[in-house]
Structure formats: C-alpha cells, structure tokens
Design a protein around this ligand. Structure first.
Ligand SMILES: *[C@@H]1O[C@H](CO)[C@@H](O)[C@H](O)[C@H]1NC(C)=O
Length: 201
C-alpha cells in the first residue's frame, strides 16, 4: 500500500504545481478600473454593468512606429494599459518596427515568455540562459519564422536586412514588464556607483 500512496502523493504534488503555474482567472471578465486607488496584484475590476465592448478593443497596430531613435526600433505595446479587458487574463502582445540595422537591444520581461513572429525582414535574435552556463541560443530568422524567448531571460532582436522589418510578439502576461539591460544598469536613477560598475564590467 505504502508505495501506492507515495505515488499518489507525488502525482498530486506534480498536478498542483502544474495548475499553480498555469493559473486561471476566477471569473469570465475582470475589466480593469484604471481609476481605482486600491492596490492589488493586478488591477481591480470595473463594475460588470459598466463594461463596454471597447474595453476589449485596441485599434492601430497596423501603424508604422517611428524608429528614428538611438536603437532604430519602436515597440507598440498592447497590454492591460491599452486593453482594460486583458486584466487577469495573462496575455498581451507587441508590434515592433525596426529600421535597417535597428535593434531591440538586450532586455528581459520579468513576468513573461515571449513568442515572436517575423512579419517582414531578416533578423538575428537570441537569448542567454542563466548561470552557470550563460549559453547564447541564437538564430537567423526570416519572414514567417517564429522564435521563443523564455520568461525572465535576456534576449534581443537585430534587423540584419536592408529594409525595414516588422515583428509581432505575444507574451503570457497582461503586464509583462520590460527591463532594458543597459538602461537598468547604466541609467538607473540615482546612478549605481560608477566605480562599482567599472569593477563588475
Ligand atoms: C520621429 O521621431 C523623430 C525623433 O523624435 C522626430 O524628429 C520625427 O519628427 C518623428 N517622425 C514622425 C513622422 O513623427
């Protein structure tokens, strides 16, 4: 009997871990109320009677982003800040425009895995696994290719074609967050002490 109970116990633990990670909303809709002063993990729900069709709509992702900046790319996010109805649903997306030689420089989403689809152009993309391997997983992508950046890992895209490039990426968080590595490390407010940065870099 004992081994059977052990097996059942392990199975229960495995199932509960799997369910705990892939959490489900507790209601059909919880459209965010952006005006609430209550601070919770996420955003509080609007009164369902006040929910409108437009709470689930975003328009304009066909528009070309302005890539005249130092990195030559522009991200148009569509997360819970743009679609209030995404609240509690664990999903969002971005459109990214790249000028020729434009990059989306190394960054990470603390809360989300990203799955990127190339709509136009040619890219080198990659991510780096965590310590101690720090292995670079990198690939050249063309139109129609899809690549995954696992949650939390530092990743990048670089347009290596001659023309403008476009990608769409989906993320498994309503609010994936973004940490551009260079900005976080060298552009924090206030600064991280420069002698410390000099030592570690
Ligand atoms: C794009 O951004 C640059 C730099 O901010 C600005 O000078 C330019 O007018 C913008 N172009 C358009 C079409 O908005």
């Amino acid at each position: 009997m004992a081994p059977r109970f052990l097996l059942l116990g392990l199975l229960a633990i495995a199932l509960s871990l799997a369910l705990a990670f892939d959490y489900s909303p507790l209601q059909n809709i919880c459209v965010a109320n952006p005006n609430s002063l209550v601070l919770v993990n996420g955003l509080v729900c609007k009164d369902p009677k006040l929910v409108q069709c437009n709470d689930f709509l975003f328009r304009g992702l066909h528009l070309v982003g302005n890539t005249s900046n130092s990195v030559g790319s522009r991200v148009a996010p569509v997360n819970v800040a743009q679609i209030l109805g995404l609240n509690t649903l664990g999903i969002s997306l971005v459109r990214i425009n790249y000028a020729p030689c434009g990059t989306n420089p190394p960054y990470t989403h603390p809360c989300a895995t990203e799955i990127l689809t190339v709509l136009q152009g040619n890219f080198i993309v990659g991510f780096v696994t965590s310590n101690p391997e720090n292995r670079l997983i990198s690939k050249v992508l063309k139109k129609g290719d899809v690549f995954v950046f696992p949650a939390g890992l530092v990743h990048f895209q670089c347009n290596v074609g001659y023309g403008n490039a476009i990608a769409i990426a989906a993320l498994d968080s309503q609010n994936p967050g973004v940490i551009p590595i260079a900005n976080a490390v060298f552009g924090s407010k206030p600064d991280i002490a420069s002698d410390l940065l000099a030592k570690v870099f």
